[in-house]
Each structure stands twice: as C-alpha cells, then as structure tokens.
Design a protein around this ligand. Structure first.
Ligand SMILES: [Zn+2]
Length: 362
C-alpha cells in the first residue's frame, strides 16, 4: 500500500528546488534578531507572528509598492558578513528539514553592499553559510546539496559584472546566473552582453520571464539571450489553444519550449500572489504538466508566500489530485534541469530520489 499523501508525508519525500530567493526565505524571527543587532529600525513590528503575517499580507495585497517593501526589510538586515552567513545557513537547514535534497538558491550580490561589503565578500559569505547549514543538516540526518545562483537586477546595469562573478565562483558553489526584477520595460535583451559572455564561458543561466509579462519576454529570453531555463514562464500558456474536447494546439514558441525540454521554474503560490495565476486549480502548471512540458515546482519566496517546498506540493495535490508518481515526476524534472554536473544529477536521481519515492509507493 502506498503511503497516504499528506503534508507530513510529502515532507519526508525527497524534493528538488531550483527557484528560491535567499532574501525571500528568511525566518521572521531572524529578521527581527538581525534588525535588533544591526540597529535597523524600519520593521513594521517586532512580534514574530505579526511580522510573518505582515510579510504574507503585503505580498498578497496586490500592491507592488507593498510587495517590494517586504524585500527592503529583508535586504536591509542582510548587509554584513555575519548576517549573510546566518541567513544562508538557516536557509540550508530549513530546506533540508523540509526534505529538500538539492536546492539552487539565488540572490543579488549588488543588493548587499550598502554597508561596504564587496561583491566577492557577499558571495563568499553566502557560500560559507550554505556550507555551514549543510553540515548541520548532514548531522541531523537530512543531507542536502545547496548551490547558489547569482542574480543581476534587470533595471540596473551591473549584469556583466555579476555574470563574471558567477564564472569566478563556478567551482566554489555558484552553479549559474539569473536576472530578476520588473519585466515590463526591462526586456532581457538589455543584458545581452552578460548572456553572450556566459555562453562563451560555457556557463549556465536562467531568466525570470513570462511571469506577469507575456510571450515576447519568453521568446527574447530563449531566442536572443539563450536561457537554459525560464524563471516561471507561466505565460507560455498564451501560446496554447485548448479545444472543448480537451485537445491542445501549440503555437511555435510553446512547441519549441516543449520540444527542447526547456525547464519551467513555476512557483504556484507566488504566481497567485503576483497575479500571474488566479488560483491553484487554474494555475497553468496543471495544463502544462498534462502536456508533458518540463515543469518544476518551486517556492520563489518562502517568507512572503508563507510556503515551503512541501506545502507547494501539497497545494498541487489538493488542486489536481496528484499522486506520488506525479510528485516524483516533478522532482526528477527538477533534478534533470539543475545546473549541477550530469554525473552528480544522476547520482541524486538514482541514489536518493527514486529510492525515496519507491519507499513511499511500496
Ligand atoms: Zn523569482
């Protein structure tokens, strides 16, 4: 008899997370601790439960100003080496405790330099934190492999510099590069120089595209910039026509994305909060999974969305009636799409993921 699927049992299943922001995943208690320690006085409250609620409420509010304010606070308390090490270490521990066995966690080094840290020092602090948190997790019996992705902000002009940083640290725990920030008005082609550099260096990158903004953004990310993966990519459904009999007709871009097995890093709760999807049930992940796109499940911002990798999967189980085979499929999809060397991906799929789901299915 298969193990019944509940939030608890999903937590025990091996999971893979490709899209998680370091500044979106702090513990509320840590935000308060760090604010106290570093004299940051702008928090809306210093009560842990109230602050956690405030983050989710602000992200839910539909107001971009309030949504962005949440990151002002988390980034505001992540300006020293000690703070970055702590946040990164807790991130690794929290993901491991939730049953995540492999994670790529992204952050924008340029946002952590207001108190004088150099970009290299920011990256080193986060990598040291991941290593420390991974050691704690290993001792707790929940081993995890964590890699960093370096993000450049799409409205800024430092993408080439950040791309070079990603290449410099590629053998020390940085697996790739990303650009993030408001899509409208800031097409990925603004950062072509960075992407061309990365391609010359045989480096990996993903691009936030097709979250709120439409198909042109996805097309540019793939066909001009050469992205390996799409951050969200939700709007690819705009290129799919569903007939009343359930059959689907794919436009050329959707066809390309499916044929080339382009990974889509989808984060249901976050997509609902930003208006990229209306509900779990109507989230394009359902249709895209049915059509066998290379779909992956992600958290995006655990603090702002009040979610975990397990709760995201539980929400999909509830909405679409998924079973363990489906969760295994999402997980293997994610592991196949990771920016980790092929042999290491295979070792995790064969040695950890498949046996983990076999035990739940037995
Ligand atoms: Zn994101």
């Amino acid at each position: 008899m298969p193990t019944p699927i509940t939030l608890e049992t999903i937590r025990s299943a091996p999971k893979v997370l490709l899209h998680d922001h370091l500044d979106g995943g702090l513990r509320a208690a840590t935000v308060i601790d760090l604010a106290h320690e570093y004299g940051y006085e702008d928090l809306p409250t210093t009560d842990v439960a109230e602050l956690a609620e405030w983050f989710i409420g602000s992200a839910d509010s539909g107001s971009l100003v309030r949504y962005l304010e949440t990151f002002a606070h988390t980034v505001g308390v992540m300006q020293t080496r000690e703070a970055l090490v702590r946040v990164a270490s807790e991130c690794a521990q929290d993901l491991a405790a939730d049953g995540v066995v492999y994670a790529e966690v992204r952050f924008a080094p340029e946002l952590h330099v207001t108190q004088g840290l150099k970009l290299e020092e920011v990256v080193q602090a986060v990598l040291d934190g991941f290593a420390a948190g991974s050691r704690v997790a290993e001792l707790a019996g929940t081993p995890i492999v964590v890699r960093a992705l370096l993000t450049a902000m799409r409205h800024a002009a430092r993408s080439r510099e950040i791309a070079e940083l990603a290449v410099t640290f590629r053998d020390d725990g940085v697996a790739g590069f990303d650009i993030a920030g408001a899509e409208a008005g800031f097409p990925p082609t603004r950062h072509l120089d960075a992407f061309e550099y990365l391609r010359r260096e045989n480096a990996h990158f993903t691009i936030h595209a097709g979250e709120a903004f439409g198909l042109p953004s996805i097309w540019e990310a793939l066909q001009w910039c050469g992205a390996d993966r799409l951050g969200h990519g939700v709007r690819i459904v705009d290129d799919i026509t569903l007939a009343a009999d359930g059959s689907a007709r794919l436009g050329r871009l959707a066809q390309y994305v499916r044929d080339k097995r382009i990974p889509l890093e989808m984060a249901p709760t976050s997509n609902i909060q930003t208006g990229a999807a209306e509900s779990y049930l109507s989230h394009p992940i359902g249709v895209l999974a049915d059509l066998r796109f290379r779909v992956t499940v992600n958290t995006d911002n655990r603090l702002m969305s009040g979610c975990t990798m397990s709760s995201e999967m539980a929400a999909l189980v509830e909405a679409f009636g998924y079973g363990w085979e489906d969760l295994r499929w999402f997980t293997v999809n994610a592991m196949k799409s990771a920016f980790l060397p092929f042999d290491e991906r295979l070792a995790l799929i064969d040695g950890v993921i498949k046996p983990g789901y076999e035990a739940l299915l037995a």
